[in-house]
Design a protein around this ligand. Structure first.
Ligand code: ZN
Length: 321
């Protein structure tokens, strides 16, 4: 039986707002000087990751999901549920909102809506996000959009490295310039753009806006969703549960030493933010895999527990089953 971590080769996306930090910070071989997104763990048709090691080498994650559901706790569903990305926003992202599952299915024919969350890897000293808005009714929201009263409408929130932001579907949001985040989200690529700062590309064109759909799916009035982090583990592996909601559970792990037995609740999506180390599976033939900053891998559900040693920081997630 398959008893080792599945390492994945990231997929990169050129974006109008992207930069070169994915190369500078993580050493990735990015394709352009405006690379905005690294899709680290993806089975989405717009950019599936490819397995880099073991007997599944060369297969895409959606193929592995289709052919080897035993690696994913025999979870139901046609599509792999989550997507993990690192974003480098050199300039502001457009102000946007995502639909819920039923709207995404009915209106866009997509499998999932998009609830997402962000771990702030790095940002400028005075960095801000757009998170929510100040309109109290749909009518007021529409009026403020029609009259271009963006400063009054959009709610700005200050951030610093290490912050965590939960963004349920319907939340008006935007990542600001100079911010690098790791995003854990439902596996969806449906985005409705509300405002793009009136930017133009090299040919002088603006990007399409989706005002009507945005107002249909937006949470009005805005309500904050906050979670108190839950701490566990010990000095060798300090675990901070950042959020547990209906689609995903996300943790920050800080490894500094050796742990003999980390339990796998289902299957784990692991991204190494910093440092390096080794993951050891004692079951079956036993395997030992080294990992380093910038690696993305899945610990399949066939591995019930594993050992780890090293000095590293991670964002780890699993679907909430
Ligand atoms: Zn978003």
């Amino acid at each position: 039986m398959y008893k080792e971590p599945i390492f994945l080769k990231p997929v990169f996306k050129d974006r109008i707002w992207g930069g070169t930090k994915l190369r500078q910070e993580f050493g990735y071989d990015i394709p352009t000087e405006t690379t905005g997104e690294c899709w680290g763990i993806s089975a989405h048709s717009h950019g599936p990751s490819v397995v880099e090691n073991g007997p599944l080498k060369g297969k895409t994650l959606d193929q592995v999901w289709d052919e080897h559901r035993e690696l994913f706790a025999d979870q139901d569903g046609e599509d792999f549920p989550l997507l993990v990305k690192i974003l480098d926003a050199k300039t502001d992202l457009s102000v946007q909102v995502h639909p819920d599952d039923s709207y995404a299915r009915e209106v866009e024919g997509e499998a999932f809506g998009k609830t997402e969350c962000w771990y702030v890897i790095d940002c400028e000293p005075d960095a801000e996000l757009v998170y929510g808005h100040h309109a109290s009714s749909k009518l007021q929201f529409e009026q403020m959009v029609a009259e271009n009263r963006w400063d009054e409408l959009l709610r700005k929130v200050a951030i610093k490295p290490g912050d965590f932001v939960y963004v349920p579907n319907g939340t008006i949001h935007a990542i600001g310039a100079g911010t690098m985040i790791l995003e854990t989200q439902q596996s969806s690529d449906v985005t409705y753009r509300v405002y793009d700062y009136d930017r133009r590309d090299d040919e002088g064109n603006t990007r399409e806006l989706h005002i009507e759909k945005s107002i249909e799916v937006a949470m009005i009035p805005h309500e904050d969703a906050n979670f108190e982090p839950v701490l566990s583990g010990n000095d060798d592996l300090r675990i901070k549960k950042l959020v547990k909601e209906s689609y995903f559970t996300v943790y920050h792990w800080n490894l500094s030493g050796a742990v003999a037995e980390v339990k796998n609740p289902s299957y784990l999506l692991v991204s190494v933010l910093d440092g390096e180390g080794e993951l050891k599976v004692d079951e079956g033939a036993g395997t030992s895999s080294s990992f380093k900053k910038g690696d993305h891998f899945i610990v399949p559900s066939t591995v019930k527990s594993f050992g780890m040693k090293g000095d590293a920081r991670f964002i780890v997630s699993h679907p909430t089953l």
